[in-house]
Design a protein around this ligand. Structure first.
Ligand SMILES: Cc1cc2nc3c(=O)[nH]c(=O)nc-3n(C[C@H](O)[C@H](O)[C@H](O)COP(=O)(O)OP(=O)(O)OC[C@H]3O[C@@H](n4cnc5c(N)ncnc54)[C@H](O)[C@@H]3O)c2cc1C
Length: 384
């Protein structure tokens, strides 16, 4: 078994690491205070090719394998979790479903623009249905060569600036999840009303919006996949999205870990460095162990996805483990910093707030456990 990254993957990792540290690490705090990522940064990222990570060259992207994609997400998350979720959502659950399930006309129309920086958003969750996807209330009624969408959506990451939204609505309520259908909705479509931006605990520079759909008329050619295929499309997209969340968690936790280790080697108490005290060493060891375990789960899930193998169970495991790891590691990073960890002058306070939601979005930890358990009970316990 070879755990090495390929020379190309190492090059990508080094490249994005240098850019993120040089170009964005000093500004990321300011973006949080301003509550937005500057448009120039999105343009810069697109010019570097990172808005077309999953998009093949023929549609203007650079078609990275999933492991390369998550290396990019992780390095960005080390400096800004807000920018990382923006890039992750855009690629994994914004562009990828169009690539995997779109018609040739849809791919030609939307993917080149997405690779150039037109942001994609994924709109599944609703005010009254998040985990319970089969309970979505948003409806799509066929009317000649259009569908008419009505309902309310919320928690739409990238919502404020997205050019297109993949909206999941029910075309047949009696069929539950099998009655869901996906639609590509352009930003300026009449009846699509952007709601308020949520004020969140963390990820302040990432915009999270509610949407209202008031008789939104969508041409049939903008239906993504067949009628009733929406649940399958959303779950397949989330298999990739969850690996992306795991990468976000690795990045934020990795940065928190670095800060904690560095602080422990300079701060003194009782006449010696914190790093010379065994309880602090144990914290460092536990943080590193969990980070490493999460990395292995995440890389394996990414490899499965890259090689076209089923990965729902493994991506759920990676997301579950890495997000809970990030909560733990950022918590301990604050502990190592003592009182200084609790104030905004030190970055670990932000890392802690940013990490927390990773246990919630793209399926909560409880839902990941359900996915894993159902898969094990259905397909058997041997994962290898
Ligand atoms: C910052 C942020 C960004 C987001 N971005 C997006 C986005 O871009 N697109 C999008 O569609 N959604 C997005 N979401 C929504 C997110 O995916 C949901 O919040 C999440 O799926 C949980 O749904 P919910 O909030 O409705 O909680 P609920 O489903 O109401 O769950 C509440 C609690 O009950 C638990 N629970 C629910 N059902 C079960 C069960 N069967 N067994 C055990 N426990 C259960 C949950 O785990 C959770 O702890 C975002 C959310 C946030 C906070």
């Amino acid at each position: 078994m070879n755990y090495d990254l390929s020379p190309e993957q190492l090059e990508i990792q080094q490249h994005i690491h240098e850019i993120a540290q040089r170009e964005w690490s000093l500004d990321a705090e300011q973006w949080e205070k301003a509550g937005a990522i500057p448009h120039a940064v999105i343009t810069q990222i697109a010019e570097m090719g990172f808005m077309g990570l999953v998009i093949p060259e023929e549609y203007g992207g650079n078609a990275y394998d999933t492991l390369s994609l998550i290396l990019v997400i992780e390095e960005i998350a080390k400096v800004s979790a807000s920018l990382a979720i923006c890039v992750s959502v855009h690629n994994s659950v914004g562009a990828w479903p169009i690539l995997a399930f779109g018609t040739e006309a849809q791919k030609k129309k939307y993917l080149p623009r997405m690779a150039e920086g037109m942001l994609g958003a994924f709109s599944l969750s609703e005010p009254d249905a998040g985990s319970d996807v089969a309970g979505l209330l948003c409806t799509a009624r066929r009317d000649g060569d259009h569908y008419v969408l009505d309902g309310a959506k919320n928690w739409v990451t990238n919502g404020a600036n997205a050019g297109i939204f993949t909206v999941y609505a029910s075309t047949d309520r009696s069929k539950g999840s099998k009655g869901l259908t996906a639609f590509i909705v352009e930003r300026d479509t009449p009846g699509l009303v952007l709601g308020k931006k949520e004020e969140k605990m963390g990820l302040w520079a990432s915009d999270t919006l509610s949407l209202t759909l008031e008789g939104v008329r969508i041409p049939v050619e903008n239906r993504l996949g067949e009628e009733g295929a929406g649940f399958k499309i959303a779950m397949a997209a989330l298999d990739g999205g969850r690996i992306g969340v795991a990468a976000q968690a690795l990045g934020v936790a990795g940065a928190a870990f670095d800060h904690a280790v560095r602080y422990s080697t300079v701060r003194k108490a009782f006449g010696k460095k914190l790093s010379e005290m065994q309880p602090i060493q144990w914290m460092i060891a536990d943080m590193a162990r969990r980070l490493e375990a999460s990395r292995m789960l995440t890389h394996r899930a990414a490899w499965l996805r890259s090689t076209g193998q089923p990965c729902a169970r493994e991506s759920a495991m990676a997301k579950l483990h890495a997000s809970e790891m990030a909560t733990f590691v950022t918590h301990k990073a604050i502990q190592v910093h003592g009182g200084y960890g609790y104030v905004r002058d030190y970055k670990v306070e932000r890392f802690y707030r940013d990490a927390r939601v990773m246990e919630i979005y793209e399926g909560s930890s409880e839902i990941q456990r359900l996915v894993i358990a159902r898969s094990l009970l259905r397909d058997g316990v041997a994962p290898f």
